[in-house]
Design a binder for this molecule. Structure first.
Ligand code: PLP
Length: 403
């Protein structure tokens, strides 16, 4: 889906929430010319407990590591970036979505050396589904070994996410797509298997699992780490620093990709040679099932991997059914429990659900009527057709309006 077709209005840029169309940068931006930006790709899942960002802390850690390599001063703390991102997702009422933080050298001068060029930062988010197609998750994808090799860490650090290095991914991926394949596998300078252009790779042989490690020039994916941990919990032996020769791709029992975008995607052929039975293998399927159970929060396991967009109600609020988020512009955002969300308490008598979504926002007018559901829309311009409620929450009392 193109950005034109999306109903997202806001981007967080250098500390401010700005209109999507105003989140621009100058054509002489340093990182546009030299690829000196660093970024992350993060998923938020619309879980049974409301939207939850998957492994946010690990993505933040990698963003800060990436910034360190290129001497970027991010200028915001982890907490500030977390608050900004959660607020962005709440403002845009996003459920399943992709989050793209980017840190880059901005506009000042255009030598290769950034000199005094400031570091800028933006965080955007938009709705997002399956990356390689719904069918890919179930039936697997056909891939080819690219003629492009992965750069190695003596040239550019491979363990951080640099904007400029994605030309390597683009060339490999486009070569594959141009030849009728869904995705590429990239070998490293030594001719061993590195990874996909935006994915890590796993191989199954004789019931044991192998995945390449940083010594092969990979980006150590956060999904890779997740799958390694889940596989070990499930009793599999995982070799996570494997050196894999190209030929092993053709004789493996199973192959699959992992990545924030690709999640866990089976590979059914490499260079037109069938992998295993030519369909999703049992190990990939078992890991997919476990992975999707976790990310959809159908289990309590690994709750530490999730950052819920709407904060959980403090227990001291019982029996209140709403709770307060960080005040913004003198306005408090309240979150109500949805009666159909099985893991949450039911609505108290007197409350009503005004939205079909598993979460629901109330506008609490604290000091004035400036804020409404989307920034820039004055509630005075809206028709307040629904009832007023009076709620007490965490010691704060407010007149709230509901729509
Ligand atoms: C080159 C490369 N390898 C692996 C991955 C997978 O990493 P993650 O699971 O953190 O998304 C990505 C995704 O960004 C990537 O670009």
């Amino acid at each position: 889906m193109s950005f034109e077709d999306m109903d997202v209005n806001t981007i967080w840029q250098d500390g401010e929430f700005v209109d999507w169309n105003d989140a621009t940068t100058h054509v002489l931006t340093h990182s546009l010319h030299y690829g000196t930006g660093v970024f992350e790709g993060v998923r938020c899942y619309d879980t049974e407990r409301g939207p939850a960002v998957f492994r946010w802390q690990e993505h933040l850690d990698r963003l800060f590591d990436s910034a360190k390599v290129y001497d970027h001063d991010i200028g915001f703390s982890r907490e500030e970036l977390t608050d900004a991102t959660m607020e962005l997702l709440r403002r845009e009422e996003l459920g399943s979505c992709y989050i793209r933080p980017i840190v880059y050298y901005g506009y000042h001068e255009l030598g290769v050396s950034p000199g005094d060029t400031p570091t800028n930062i933006a965080i955007a988010a938009w709705p997002w589904g399956t990356y390689l197609g719904e069918d890919a998750l179930e039936n697997g994808v056909d891939v080819m070994v690219s003629s492009w090799r992965k750069y190695n860490s003596t040239q550019i650090p491979t363990n951080v996410k640099t904007t400029g290095t994605y030309v390597n991914s683009m060339l490999a991926g486009e070569e594959a797509r141009g030849n009728g394949y869904v995705e590429a596998i990239v070998l490293n300078g030594q001719g061993n298997v590195a990874e996909g252009p935006g994915e890590n790779i796993f191989l199954v042989d004789d019931g044991e699992i192998y995945t390449t490690g940083p010594a092969q020039g990979i980006l150590e994916g956060i999904t890779r780490d997740t799958v390694i941990e889940l596989a070990r919990e499930m009793g599999y032996t995982v070799h996570d620093q494997a050196a894999l020769a190209r030929g092993q791709l053709y004789t493996a029992d199973e192959l699959f990709f992992t990545g924030t975008a690709a999640e866990v995607t089976p590979i059914r052929s490499v260079d037109d040679i069938q992998v295993g039975a030519g369909t999703r293998g049992p190990v990939a399927e078992a890991l997919q099932n476990r992975f999707f159970d976790i990310i959809e929060r159908r289990t309590d396991d690994h709750d530490e991997w999730f950052k819920y967009v709407w904060t959980n109600p403090p227990s001291s609020l019982a029996p209140a059914q709403a709770w307060v988020n960080r005040p913004q512009n003198g306005v408090l955002n309240y979150r109500l429990n949805h009666p159909s969300a099985p893991l949450w308490p039911r609505l108290a008598a007197g409350w009503r659900v005004c939205s079909e979504k598993p979460w629901y926002q109330l506008c609490a007018v604290v000091t004035d009527l400036k804020w409404c559901r989307k920034s820039g829309v004055s509630p005075i311009q809206r028709s307040w057709s629904v009832h007023d409620q009076h709620i007490a929450c965490a010691g704060l009392e407010s007149r709230v309006k509901c729509w």
